[in-house]
Design a protein around this ligand. Structure first.
Ligand SMILES: [Zn+2]
Length: 431
C-alpha cells in the first residue's frame, strides 16, 4: 500500500501574499483590494515575510533549494478565482527532495511550494456566496512521495508535520487541508480537499477498505478523483478530470525571479526528537514528555529552564497540574509547584489557587519519605504473594492497596502509586 499527501497550510503573516490587505479579517469581503480581487492594472508585490516562513518550512523539512525561485500562473475558470489564474509554483518550488523522520522511517518530501489561496465559496439557501478575504492569502503546499504505508504512519506523519509547523508559528488549530493519493495496486486514486486531521485519516481508512474489497472481488480499480463526504464517512467519485497537464501554466511576468540564497531560515524545533533525548537523559517516559511539548512552546520553555535544578518527572507533573487547576501559566507559579512536588506532596486545586494568589500555603500532609513508602509496599507484597500477578489485570485491587498505604502514612496516593510502579517494574526486570 502506498499513501501520498499534499498538505496545504496557511502562513502566519500580517498581510496577504501579493498585497497589503490583512490576513486576519473575519467580516466577509472587508480585506480586499484591486490586487487580490484581480482588477485590471493591479500589480502583485511579493510579501517577504511569507517568503521567509515558506523557506523556513522547506528547510525544517530537510529540503534543498535552488538559488532563485519564480512563480507561475495556473489558469482555470472558477468564481473563487477573480483573475482566472492562481499564482503558484510549478517548475521551481521553494524546496524539494526533503524528508520527515518518523522514528527510523523516512517519509520523503517531494516539494514545498508557496502559493496564494483562492477565495472562499459558501453555498447557502440556493445562493452561492463568495468571500474574497481569503483570496491571496499565503499558503504552502507540501507534497510527499507515496512513502506512507499504514494508517498509523499517516496519523504520525500528520501530527509530526503539524508539530514542526506549530513551532514555526503556523496556526495549526486552524484545520489543515489535504489531498490524499492511495494505491493498493498499480492504480492511483486521489481524494481531494479533505479538511482536518480526523477526516484525512477517516478518508484514508475508507478508501483502503474500498480498494481492498474491489481487489478481493476481482473488480478493476478505476483511476479517478474522489471527494470525501464527512457525514457519510465515505469517499465518492467526483468525476473530476483535470490533472496538472490539463491546466495552463505560464510564467508570471508581473513578478520577477527572487534570490532566496541569502534568506536566514528560522531554526526548526523537532519536539519528537527532543522528547527522545530528554527521555534518554532523565529516564522519563518519552510519550509523557512528547505530550507536554508537541504543541506547547511554554512547556518546552519551562523544561529547558528547570531541567538542571529539578527532576524532569516533577516538572512535567507540575505543568500538568497547572494546566488542570491553574489560571496563570508563569514561571514563578510553576517553580513553586515544582518545589512542593519535590518535597513529596501533590498540590490539589485549592493549593494551586492559593499559590497563584501569592498566599503561603500550609501543607498539612506529612512530607513523605520514599523509603518509608517502599517499606510499606514491600511488606504488602510479601504478605500477599499474588499481588504482583493480580496487579497486572486487577486495577481495582491495586488502587485499594495504594489507598490503604496512603491513608496509613498520610501521604498523597499519587506518590504511593509512583513508588509502586517503579518497584513493580524493577521486580519485572529481576524476573
Ligand atoms: Zn488585497
Amino acid at each position: 500500500m502506498k499513501i501520498g499527501l499534499e498538505v496545504h497550510a496557511g502562513l502566519p503573516t500580517k498581510t496577504k501574499l501579493f498585497c497589503r490587505c490583512t490576513n486576519h479579517s473575519k467580516e466577509p469581503n472587508t480585506a480586499i483590494c484591486p490586487t487580490c480581487t484581480g482588477m485590471p492594472g493591479s500589480k502583485p508585490v511579493l510579501n517577504n515575510s511569507a517568503l521567509k516562513i515558506a523557506f523556513s518550512i522547506s528547510k525544517a523539512l530537510n529540503c534543498s533549494s535552488s538559488k532563485t525561485i519564480y512563480f507561475e500562473r495556473k489558469v482555470y475558470f472558477y468564481p473563487d478565482l477573480p483573475k482566472s489564474f492562481q499564482i503558484t509554483q510549478k517548475e521551481c518550488p521553494i524546496g524539494s527532495n526533503g524528508f520527515i523522520l518518523l522514528g527510523d522511517k523516512k517519509i520523503r518530501i517531494r516539494r514545498v511550494q508557496l502559493e496564494e489561496d483562492p477565495a472562499k465559496i459558501l453555498r447557502e439557501d440556493g445562493y452561492t456566496l463568495i468571500d474574497y478575504n481569503r483570496s491571496g492569502r499565503p499558503l504552502v503546499e507540501i507534497v510527499t512521495e507515496p512513502d506512507i504505508q499504514t494508517e498509523e504512519d499517516l496519523r504520525m506523519f500528520i501530527t509530526e508535520l503539524k508539530s514542526i509547523l506549530y513551532y514555526l508559528d503556523v496556526d495549526v488549530e486552524q484545520e489543515i487541508k489535504a489531498d490524499l493519493n492511495i494505491s493498493l495496486s498499480e492504480i492511483r486514486v486521489e481524494v481531494k480537499n479533505i479538511t482536518g486531521t480526523k477526516n484525512i485519516i477517516d478518508a484514508a481508512r475508507y478508501e483502503i477498505q474500498r480498494q481492498e474489497k474491489l481487489i478481493n472481488e476481482n473488480i478493476p480499480i478505476e483511476k479517478e478523483t474522489r471527494s470525501y463526504n464527512e457525514a457519510k464517512m465515505a469517499t465518492i467519485s467526483s468525476r473530476e478530470k483535470e490533472s496538472d497537464e490539463e491546466y495552463g501554466f505560464i510564467f508570471d511576468s508581473d513578478l520577477t525571479v527572487y534570490d532566496i540564497s541569502k534568506i536566514k531560515a528560522i531554526k526548526p524545533i523537532y519536539a519528537s526528537s527532543m522528547a527522545k533525548e530528554y527521555s534518554q537523559k532523565y529516564g522519563v517516559n518519552e510519550s509523557q514528555i512528547l505530550e507536554a511539548i508537541q504543541f506547547n512552546k511554554n512547556s518546552l520553555g519551562f523544561i529547558e529552564r528547570f531541567e538542571k535544578n529539578y527532576k524532569l518527572k516533577n516538572i512535567l507533573n507540575s505543568i500538568s497540574l497547572l494546566q488542570r487547576y491553574g489560571s496563570k501559566n508563569d514561571v514563578e507559579t510553576l517553580e513553586k509547584v515544582i518545589k512542593i512536588i519535590e518535597q513529596g506532596h501533590y498540590p490539589d486545586q485549592k493549593d494551586i489557587q492559593a499559590i497563584e494568589s501569592g498566599k503561603e500555603i500550609t501543607i498539612n500532609i506529612k512530607v513523605a519519605n520514599t523509603q518509608e513508602i517502599d517499606k510499606e509496599i514491600r511488606s504488602m507484597i510479601d504478605g500477599n504473594k499474588n499481588l504482583l500477578k493480580e496487579s497486572a489485570t486487577n486495577k481495582k485491587a491495586l488502587n485499594f492497596i495504594i489507598g490503604n498505604i496512603a491513608k496509613k502514612l498520610k501521604v498523597n496516593p499519587r506518590l504511593v502509586s509512583e513508588r509502586l510502579e517503579s518497584l513493580l517494574s524493577s521486580e519485572h526486570k529481576v524476573q
